[in-house]
Design a protein around this ligand. Structure first.
Ligand code: BTN
Length: 282
């Protein structure tokens, strides 16, 4: 196993030092929390001028966060866990709808770059294996928005590289890792650099054109497109329908007996119906 190395990340990403700042830390609770705390200390309390993009990657997170207040488990060196703090022009949080879907797409493109093709997207932002919908990677985006000022987005990415059995035992949904999918150990720093390079360009396009720019590509990689699924709402009620397309705002379109409905990121979690496995969850 090779430890994370900021030089290797930057070399692979070919990004300018002027706008990107990369920090590698051994242990932290959560890289998203680390950047959110830093944001408050550095930029709000002391009014310093930030670099456009800060990246923090950790060898170990002790309280990694997933969506819906779940834990994100990863062992020492067996995962790539990092967050990107980025100042964005949009003032209104709603302008960011679709951002987390674009991040998922960037991870998918990176996997394809490493000749890993047996993977697809699960709305809104999971990367799962084609065959059994086992989760390989997840995305958690936190926002700080300010009226008439730049907003701050913290994009947290967790990718399983080689999970040990102890870590797997904590995870209550089907998981996989890059080693199981590809049969080889991929250097986490190099992979991170490739992903950052792709994200760099994709975020520029997202800020210019919004999610619409990526929509067709996203839909063509959606695991559940045209499949019958169950959506689980926050009150635990379930809506059944056929997943058909994604809105320009990143919402999932579901064809139900009562007509076509849209569901927004954060509202619901999603399971495929009658696929033989017990459940697919976020
Ligand atoms: C999910 O699928 O539920 C989202 C998982 C996001 C995990 C990453 S790991 C790096 C960053 N720090 C966190 O605490 N969470 C995100």
């Amino acid at each position: 196993m090779q430890w994370l190395d900021s030089e290797r990340i930057l070399n692979e990403a070919k990004l300018s030092n002027d706008s990107y700042e990369i920090t590698i830390i051994d242990v932290t609770k959560s890289t998203n929390n680390y950047l959110l705390d830093q944001y408050k200390e550095k930029y709000i309390d002391n009014q310093r001028n930030p670099k456009n993009t800060s990246i923090v990657a950790a060898e170990l997170q002790t309280s990694g966060r997933g969506r819906f207040d779940r834990r994100w488990y990863s062992g020492l060196g067996g995962s790539l866990t990092f967050s990107i703090g980025r100042w964005c022009k949009q003032e209104d949080i709603s302008a960011f709808a679709g951002l987390s879907l674009v991040i998922g797409l960037a991870i998918l493109r990176t996997l394809n770059h490493y000749s890993i093709f047996d993977v697809c997207l699960k709305w809104p932002n999971d990367i799962v294996s084609d065959a059994r919908y086992q989760k390989l990677a997840g995305v958690l985006v936190d926002f700080k928005s300010h009226a008439h000022r730049l907003s701050y987005a913290v994009i947290g990415i967790g990718i399983n590289f080689n999970l040990n059995n102890e870590v797997k035992a904590h995870i209550e949904y089907p998981v996989t890792d890059l080693y199981s999918l590809s049969g080889r150990m991929i250097d986490r720093s190099v992979f991170c650099g490739t992903l950052l390079a792709k994200l760099h360009h994709m975020l520029i396009d997202f800020e210019k054109y919004g999610f619409t720019y990526f929509k067709e590509e996203w839909i063509s990689s959606h695991a559940f497109e045209e499949k019958v699924i169950n959506l689980i709402l926050p009150d635990c009620s379930v809506i059944e329908g056929i997943a058909r397309g994604i809105g320009d705002d990143g919402s999932l379109r579901l064809v139900t007996e009562q007509g076509t409905k849209s569901f927004h990121v954060g509202d619901v979690s999603l399971r495929i119906k009658n696929d033989g496995t017990q459940y697919i969850n976020d």
